[in-house]
Design a protein. Structure first.
Length: 166
């Protein structure tokens, strides 16, 4: 499955060869796919599952945009980790459980930023939830790539200098 996905993505790489590396291209395609799926799940959750209404979880009542964010995050976390580990950052020397833990840390950091930006945009500024989520994700993408490349799936050996421009 990994080779099938990688080979399919690589079919579209040649026009971008002079602009970005294969790894960056794969990250962009996998990230865009994961983001698109996450947005679809957010949309379905917000408009159809929670019907733009509060969700009482028993211990806390979530705003509909927060509840939709939680649902879409479960899927995005799982799909994002698998794509990054097996398609994008295949040269990492780190053990899978270390990668998973680091990915979880990075993901949680991004989720906290996403949550507070969404609260600001929707609850304080009264912007549309879907537009706010798209804007928030756009902000998080750059940080996410840097953290995945240099922290979660780092490919240098211990003691080697990390080249920030590779």
């Amino acid at each position: 499955m990994k080779n099938l996905i990688t080979n399919f993505i690589d079919l579209f790489y040649p026009p971008f060869r002079k602009i970005i590396t294969p790894q960056t291209f794969r990250y962009a395609v996998c990230g865009a796919t994961n983001t698109f799926i996450g947005l679809i799940i957010f949309y379905i959750s917000f408009y159809f599952v929670f019907r733009q209404d509060f969700w009482d979880a028993g211990f806390y009542t979530f705003e509909p945009h927060s509840a939709a964010l939680i649902i879409s995050s479960f899927v995005s976390f799982t799909l994002g980790f698998l794509l990054n580990k097996f398609v994008v950052f295949t040269g990492s020397h780190l053990r899978g459980r270390v990668q998973l833990f680091r990915y979880l840390l990075s993901f949680c950091f991004n989720l906290v930023i996403n949550y507070f930006m969404l609260k600001l945009f929707v609850e304080q500024w009264h912007w549309n939830a879907m537009f706010s989520q798209v804007l928030t994700i756009s902000f998080i993408i750059l940080f996410s790539y840097v953290s995945q490349k240099h922290f979660t799936f780092r490919s240098n050996k211990p003691g080697e200098k990390i080249d920030s421009f590779s």
